[in-house]
Ligand binder design. Structure first.
Ligand SMILES: Cc1cc2nc3c(=O)[nH]c(=O)nc-3n(C[C@H](O)[C@H](O)[C@H](O)COP(=O)(O)OP(=O)(O)OC[C@H]3O[C@@H](n4cnc5c(N)ncnc54)[C@H](O)[C@@H]3O)c2cc1C
Length: 287
């Protein structure tokens, strides 16, 4: 049960939502899928004076091809991201990440924007969108700004969003033709929250290779590793990649799911596995 009283708003337009945010500021919480916000309010960990639901807004849940990239509205549900033909064709890594989130109920209620704004370090979308070089659109009354992952994700469950700002869209560059990708996660059981994640994308001929890691520090970590795999995915190259992932996980935090040491070791293991899985999709099969 949610103990505290709060005002509830369900604005029909983005302009109305931005006005309400402007009026209520930090005393206000946005309700997207409610998968995180409702439990947090039930436990009394957040007691907003006002809740603004985004569920009746028109136009925040579309997926659009804008040429070089896809633009996904913040209210796009995980189930849609995981199955949409444009995402499957141009950002299959993101689709794979979405399909692995939670269970069927979570995937049908939870939203892209809600997950990114909540910024749990081991969430699937943080690792996947950072790896893909996403840009995030933050809007408030009278202005908007685009940020990359390095600016948007600030700390554990902390983003660059101001109290009167809304995350409205995410832009994902299209995957190059013939590229390989993977999104792997370590979980206690199927459907549980990830402990460590690794996403990888690799261009044909190993011209470019990128590995992203989640759950190994307060923010997602992205490594450009094209130099490491120039000569192919040899055992020495994989060892070098693993060492780089281990070093990049120095800020890994300890919690009930695993110690910082364990997460660092898993960063090494999962970075190697993710890049090998991505390379296996190349025409040469990673050789
Ligand atoms: C049982 C369970 C299993 C789960 N498993 C996984 C998993 O395996 N992997 C994973 O990544 N996640 C998992 N999740 C989290 C899930 O992905 C949630 O959907 C997500 O964390 C929150 O999204 P939401 O749309 O429900 O947001 P809400 O709960 O509605 O909101 C979360 C926070 O973000 C803010 N917010 C929401 N939308 C916006 C916006 N557009 N702009 C600014 N602020 C906004 C809200 O005010 C609130 O503070 C799981 C959740 C549950 C309950």
């Amino acid at each position: 049960m949610i103990a505290g009283e709060f005002e509830f708003f369900a604005p029909p337009t983005l302009a109305d939502a931005l006005r309400l945010l402007h009026e209520h500021g930090s005393g206000c919480k946005l309700l997207a899928g409610g998968m995180t916000l409702v439990p947090v309010m039930t436990l009394g960990l957040a007691q907003p004076g006002a809740v603004v639901s985004l569920n009746h807004l028109q136009g925040l849940d579309g997926i659009e091809d804008i040429g070089h990239a896809l633009r996904l509205g913040a209210m796009t549900r995980h189930a849609t991201v995981g199955q949409h033909p444009l995402v499957l064709q141009h950002a299959p890594l993101l689709a794979a990440a979405a399909r692995g989130i939670g269970d069927v109920q979570v995937r049908h209620r939870g939203t892209l924007g809600g997950s990114l704004a909540h910024a749990e370090p081991a969430a699937d979308y943080l690792c996947a969108t950072a790896t893909l070089g996403a840009r995030y659109l933050l809007q408030k009354q009278g202005s908007e700004r685009w940020l990359g992952a390095a600016e948007f994700f600030v700390d554990v469950m902390t983003t660059a969003l101001e109290p009167d700002e809304l995350l409205t869209a995410v832009e994902i560059p299209k995957q190059a033709a013939g590229a390989g990708y993977s999104h792997l996660s370590l979980r206690r059981v199927e459907g549980a929250f990830p402990i460590v994640l690794a996403s990888a994308q690799i261009a044909p001929g190993y011209a470019q290779a990128r590995v992203g890691l989640g759950g190994v520090g307060p923010r997602p970590v992205v490594l450009d590793v094209g130099d490491v795999v120039q000569g192919g995915l040899t055992p020495a190259a994989l060892d070098a990649l693993g060492a780089r992932a281990y070093d990049a996980a120095q800020q890994a935090l300890s919690d009930l799911n695993g110690s910082g040491d364990y997460r660092r070791e898993m960063a090494r293991v999962y970075a190697r596995r993710a890049l090998a899985a991505a390379a296996a999709q190349l025409p040469t099969g990673g050789r």
